[in-house]
Structure formats: structure tokens, C-alpha cells
Design a protein around this ligand. Structure first.
Ligand code: PGA
Length: 254
């Protein structure tokens, strides 16, 4: 099945208001809908409206890096799905490894966030992936299966149309280490098998699974050429419009 590649730029806690606008403008000016690749930028919360304004007439979509699992109320510091939609977001990241491992988000919380997002009509990139110790212990597929099963609990077959999975081995994120295309492909194929078990083979074949973890212009083509790799979630390289554009181009060729 032909799946439309998707490339996300996760800016994390980087940029300021001016540089966010400049970076978004550079990405928007070089991306055309006709490229056949979906492109989403994930700026920090305070710059969502500014970046959304820059992207308004472009083919680049807007997403947030996180959301609250609750709809509204006394949750100091949190941001709801409805607020994100109000700011122009159509996408949200859920379960990024930095939130799981640095902030301490549990599988259960990640699941509640996923449900809050899809129920509000947002598209979700659900991030999963193993640590170095888990990989060395032969646990990669078991960890991914566990995070997928827990993260997608209660998500309906229809809501899966709005879910993308990002396989991001924790040891590859921000480290310059990348999974080999073959290792990444093996993990992606296992993720797809898990999706078939959780839902059915049609949904498994239709769901996009993107790779994240030190994807750069130099390794993007090799990764995205693999059968089950449908794009990338880019951190460091997304802060440079030229590098990010080169990765989008590699996705378009894949
Ligand atoms: P990286 O980050 O490209 O800097 O490794 C990827 C991510 O965290 O999504």
C-alpha cells in the first residue's frame, strides 16, 4: 500500500519568537503540497500563534509538542486539546521520549493524552521506542509492543486514521547515533505487526510509521527507502531549514 510520507520538525525548547517566525517562513517557502509529503512543524507553545500565522497560506501544517489529558479546569500550566485547535494546530506529539524519561510520563498518561487528542479531532504522532539498555537486552520489540498497546488503549479503528506512530529509539535521539536502516526497518515491521494484532491488517497497512533519532540529510534517504519507514520526526536537523528541506526531499523520493 502507498502511504503518504510525513515529516515532522520537533523544535523542542528551542528558538525565540523572531527565529521561530524566520525558520517557519523558510520551511514554508520551500515546501509545496505537490511534493507528495506531509510536513508538520512543532514549535514551542508560546510561538504557536505566530508560527501559525506564518504558515497560514502554505502547505506546512502546525502541531504542538504536548497537550493535557484533561479538557479544561484547574490544571495550572497545562494546555488543552481545544486550546491547541484554537491556536490553529491540527497535530500534536504524544509520548515523546523526553516527556516519558525526563518528565516521567507513564504509559497510562500517554494513553489519556492520546485519547484526549483524537477525541478533540487532533491528529496525533504517538512516540515509542526503547532505551539503550532495553535494546542491548533484546527488549526492543517487547518495549514497542507494550508502549503501543498501552498508548492506543481505547482508540477506535476510525480514530486510527488520525494517528501516526513515531519509532524513536531513545539512544538515537539527539546523540548523533542512528539505527541502521535494517534495524529500523525490523522495528517498524514489528510495530506494523503489533498494529495488525491490536486492530486489523488494513489499519496496520494504512498507518504511517515514521522514524526519529538523529535523522539528518546524510542518512534520511537510506532510512526512508525502507518499506515500513514512512517519514521522519526530526529534532536537531529541523532547526536548520536547509537540512530539514533536504530530509523532506528525501521523503519525497522514497
Ligand atoms: P533528534 O530528535 O533528531 O535531535 O535526534 C528527534 C526527536 O526527538 O524527535
Amino acid at each position: 500500500m502507498r502511504r503518504i510520507p510525513i515529516v515532522g520538525g520537533n523544535w523542542k525548547m528551542n528558538t525565540n519568537c523572531a527565529s521561530a517566525r524566520t525558520l517557519a517562513a523558510a520551511v514554508a517557502s520551500s515546501h509545496r503540497a505537490s511534493s507528495g509529503v506531509e510536513v508538520v512543524l512543532f514549535p514551542p507553545f508560546p510561538y504557536l500563534i505566530e508560527v501559525g500565522a506564518v504558515l497560514r497560506d502554505s502547505a506546512v501544517m502546525l502541531g504542538a509538542q504536548d497537550l493535557c489529558h484533561e479538557a479544561d479546569g484547574a490544571f495550572t500550566g497545562e494546555v488543552s486539546a481545544a486550546m491547541l485547535r484554537d491556536c490553529g494546530c491540527t497535530w500534536v506529539l504524544v509520548g515523546h521520549s523526553e516527556r516519558r524519561h525526563l518528565i516521567g510520563e507513564s504509559d497510562e498518561l500517554v494513553n489519556h493524552k492520546t485519547l484526549a487528542a483524537v477525541r478533540a479531532g487532533l491528529n496525533v504522532i504517538l512516540c515509542i521506542g526503547e532505551t539503550r539498555a532495553q535494546r542491548e537486552g533484546g527488549q526492543t520489540d517487547a518495549v514497542n509492543t507494550g508502549q503501543l498497546t498501552a498508548g492506543l488503549r481505547g482508540v477506535t479503528a476510525d480514530q486510527m486514521k488520525r494517528v501516526v506512530i513515531a519509532y524513536e529509539p531513545v539512544w538515537a535521539i539527539g546523540t548523533g547515533l542512528t539505527a541502521t536502516p535494517e534495524d529500523a526497518q525490523a522495528a517498524h515491521a514489528a510495530v506494523r505487526r503489533t498494529l495488525a494484532g491490536l486492530f486489523n491488517s488494513t489499519i496496520a497497512e494504512a498507518t504511517r510509521i515514521e522514524y526519529g533519532g538523529s535523522m539528518k540529510p546524510g542518512n534520511a534517504a537510506g532510512l526512508m527507502r525502507m518499506q515500513d519507514i514512512d517519514g521522519g520526526l526530526i529534532g536537531g536537523a529541523s532547526l536548520n531549514a536547509g537540512d530539514f528541506g533536504a530530509i523532506v526531499h528525501a521523503a519525497a523520493q522514497s
